[in-house]
Design a protein around this ligand. Structure first.
Ligand SMILES: [Fe+2]
Length: 190
């Protein structure tokens, strides 16, 4: 957990990135196992839930509703440059998650087209999110840490805390992190 006294404008988000990357790694393992004929569609379904609720609602929600507006207020444009790229990639991630969700039932029934869709969307998501987090951690967040400091940083972190205390379709953030752990354990057995 991030220590409140040392929390920066991005430390909580960087910590969440690690959970997201671990699930992305597990998803890549599930895809590889599926390609070898070992399908665990329930684990893919858990990944979709984690992506929708933890990566998107909880994590991207804080970026889009709190961090990015703070950066815009400090003069960073929304229509082009790093924020625009990050917003566009969030949309791409949502599209991959929708394609995965839409293919789950067919994949469970053994439909080859649905399985191909699920596999392709899952790998699309994995590749996208790895590059996306790399860019955020090393470019946008570096800029944010230089820009949002002092009282602005403290109020931003308080607002992050309020989002993290919400429920996401009934799940707490902690429950979603535990779901991420279960996905990783499942991938180890894939
Ligand atoms: Fe992020």
């Amino acid at each position: 957990m991030t220590n409140a006294a040392s929390e920066t404008a991005t430390s909580r988000l960087r910590e969440e990135h690690q959970h997201i990357l671990e699930v992305a790694n597990a998803l890549a393992v599930l895809v590889r196992a599926a390609e070898e004929g070992r399908w665990d569609v329930d684990a893919f379904a858990d990944c979709v839930t984690f992506i929708r609720l933890f990566a998107d609602a909880c994590h991207h929600g804080k970026e889009e509703d709190l961090l990015f507006p703070e950066l815009e207020a400090a003069g960073m444009p929304r229509g082009h440059g790093p924020i625009a790229v990050m917003l566009q990639e969030h949309q791409q991630g949502r599209a991959f998650a929708r394609h995965m969700a839409g293919a789950l039932d067919g994949a469970r029934a053994g439909d080859a087209t649905a399985r191909a869709t699920l596999r392709n969307a899952a790998m699309g998501y994995v590749n996208l999110i790895r590059g996306h987090i790399q860019k955020e951690d090393h470019v946008l967040f570096e800029m944010a840490d230089q820009t949002v400091r002092g009282p602005a940083c403290r109020s931003l972190c308080t607002a992050y805390g309020a989002v993290c205390a919400r429920r996401f379709e009934g799940h707490t953030k902690e429950q979603l992190q535990e779901l991420g752990l279960r996905i990783r354990e499942r991938a180890l057995r894939a």
